[in-house]
Design a protein around this ligand. Structure first.
Ligand code: ATR
Length: 275
């Protein structure tokens, strides 16, 4: 029940109306008997939104596009990852101090680790946007990472993490796919469309294929990877593990990821019906 002690959490971004996070976090609060609610806020003016967080003492927030980078200058402290990546997806309000974290990288790592070993593997990341950057940073601590990106400059910028960054092209895609144990699609290619960043003929059975896109749940890339016999990991696992890390940062509780997945799958199904 919502009462005078209910704590407020939420998501800021634009657009936010299709986000699964409110459904997942509210289900978790209920399951864990935590007196809190989670709402999605569509934000036009970040400056006034942050004043609102402070003024209303909102307990914690997720940050999504297009504010993950812009939010940094408004925060009081940053975690080591958030500072290195230059992007924040989670804010914790600790006694009035707004602390920024980034759980995208750890979310991707935990999603992968659920299915396969990651340490010392050869990992090819496609995409050097917000998600690609976080993933490259986190995985570079424990594996060999190559990033290919359509815009070369963004791939090169990631070399400060000790990864190799190149412009995405036909030849190097083929080359690094034969080198890789794991390939991760961190581009938005395949979201709401039947397109893939990797031609099917370049896939082989012993490759682990992880797509961070979760709508559709089985992207063209994952479908073709499954047909070839690859181990596949879908983007909903990444969403769940990054959300689980945010929840832990806010509440100190490590949530049940199976339960989160069940709730998210039900929400995805009804979302699909409503589109
Ligand atoms: P996110 O926060 O989800 O990572 P983003 O920061 O907008 O979103 O990044 C999108 C990524 O998808 C980028 O790496 C982008 O490549 P560019 O840096 O060249 O823009 C990549 N991307 C989007 N559409 C693509 C396409 N058609 N082909 C290849 N890469 C694409």
């Amino acid at each position: 029940m919502i009462d005078a002690k209910t704590k407020l959490y939420g998501l800021i971004g634009k657009p936010v109306e299709h986000s699964l996070s409110p459904v997942i976090h509210n289900a978790l609060f209920k399951k864990c008997s935590i007196n809190a609610v989670y709402l999605a806020f569509e934000v036009d003016d970040l400056d006034s939104a942050v004043k609102g967080i402070r003024g209303l003492k909102i307990s914690g927030l997720n940050v999504t596009m297009p504010y993950k980078e812009q939010i940094l200058e408004f925060l009081d402290e940053l975690s080591e990852e958030a500072r290195a990546i230059g992007s924040v997806n989670t804010i914790v309000n600790r006694g009035g101090k707004l602390i920024g974290y980034n759980t995208d990288g750890i979310g991707a790592l935990k999603a992968l680790k659920r299915f396969t070993e990651v340490e010392n593997k050869n990992i090819l990341v496609l995409g050097a946007g917000g998600a690609g950057k976080a993933i490259a940073y986190t995985l570079s601590r424990l594996a060999k990472v190559v990033v290919l990106n359509r815009t070369e400059r963004k791939a090169k910028e990631l070399e400060k993490f000790g990864v190799k960054g190149e412009k995405l092209g036909k030849e190097n895609l083929k080359y690094y796919l034969s080198w890789a144990d794991i390939v991760i699609n961190a581009t938005s290619l395949g979201m709401n469309e039947d397109k893939t960043p990797i031609p099917k003929k370049l896939l082989r059975k012993n490759l682990v294929v992880f797509d961070i896109v979760y709508f559709p749940l089985e992207t063209k890339l994952l479908r073709e990877a499954r047909e070839v016999g690859c181990l596949t990991v879908d983007g909903l696992w990444m969403l769940i593990y990054q959300g689980a890390e945010s929840f832990r940062l806010w509440t100190g509780v490590k949530p049940d990821v199976e339960f989160m997945r069940k709730v998210a799958l039900e929400a995805l199904k009804s979302e699909r019906q409503s589109i």
